[in-house]
Ligand binder design. Structure first.
Ligand SMILES: N[C@@H](CCC(=O)N[C@@H](CS)C(=O)NCC(=O)O)C(=O)O
Length: 232
């Protein structure tokens, strides 16, 4: 059943600091040119797990949105919902089959690559060098090798996942693996070219700038907490 909260002055509120999976919601909102309010709350007790936010999203995780009183959590459900609401037949596919393929790639991204990319980025880039675990980093790369080959092949003969046009399928997969831009992707050159194409879009660049700023402002203690809370 849908939950609802009191109406705010903005039609759409996106909760979550841009360093988190809130980046995905921020990207789609920019892509759609929406009027929205960003509430960059943190993870944990001081943020998403504080009583006032648990009352909206009882999972205590980020992101979540409130859209005209309609509450939604799960980052890729949010992108699919907003794309379908505001761009049916364009960013959101028009046909039943293409819609199903957008779901397919979204579920694929969450189940096949989301955790691996996060573990890799923490232990290759985001934790202080002395605290990075090379075994975890290499194990994550090993897990990602097969799905990355699948993605590389999917964009070998066409510029985007569903064909000639950028859709929410591309946005979801590229957002999930966006931190892979720091990886050596020489072995999957078509994936790399596709990822660059997606992340060079003005809306992606705007959301990436928020993410980069949040990364820069994140103290090491918070990064350690992220690794601990999310068991990465
Ligand atoms: N599958 C969820 C995952 C949400 C999630 O794990 N969010 C992280 C931040 S990126 C979080 O809130 N972690 C802190 C916690 O679990 O307390 C989604 O895609 O929205």
């Amino acid at each position: 059943m849908a939950s609802s909260v009191e109406q705010s002055s903005s039609p759409l509120r996106i909760y979550g600091i841009a360093r988190t999976r809130a980046f995905r919601a921020l990207w789609v909102a920019q892509e759609l040119g929406l009027d929205f309010e960003h509430l960059p709350i943190e993870i944990g007790e001081a943020g998403a797990r504080a009583p006032e936010f648990l009352a909206i999203n009882p999972n205590g995780r980020l992101p979540f949105i409130v859209d005209d009183g309609f509450v939604l959590f799960e980052s890729l459900a949010i992108t699919l919902y907003l794309a379908k609401k505001h761009s049916h037949g364009k960013l959101y596919p028009a046909t039943l089959q293409d819609e199903a393929r957008a779901w397919q790639w979204s579920f694929w991204a969450i189940s096949e690559v989301d955790r691996g990319v996060n573990i890799w980025s923490l232990h290759a880039v985001r934790l202080p060098p002395a605290e990075r675990d090379a075994q975890k980093r290499d194990a994550a790369l090993a897990v990602l090798a097969a799905p990355f080959r699948v993605l590389d092949a999917a964009v070998a003969m066409q510029p985007y996942l569903l064909g000639g046009d950028f859709t929410v399928a591309d946005l979801n997969v590229a957002a999930v693996i966006s931190r892979a831009v720091d990886m050596d992707l020489a072995g999957v050159p078509r994936l790399k070219a596709w990822l660059d194409r997606c992340l060079e879009r003005p809306a992606a660049r705007a959301a990436l700038a928020l993410k980069a700023q949040a990364d820069r402002e994140t103290p090491p203690d918070v990064t350690r907490r992220i690794a601990r809370i999310n068991r990465l």
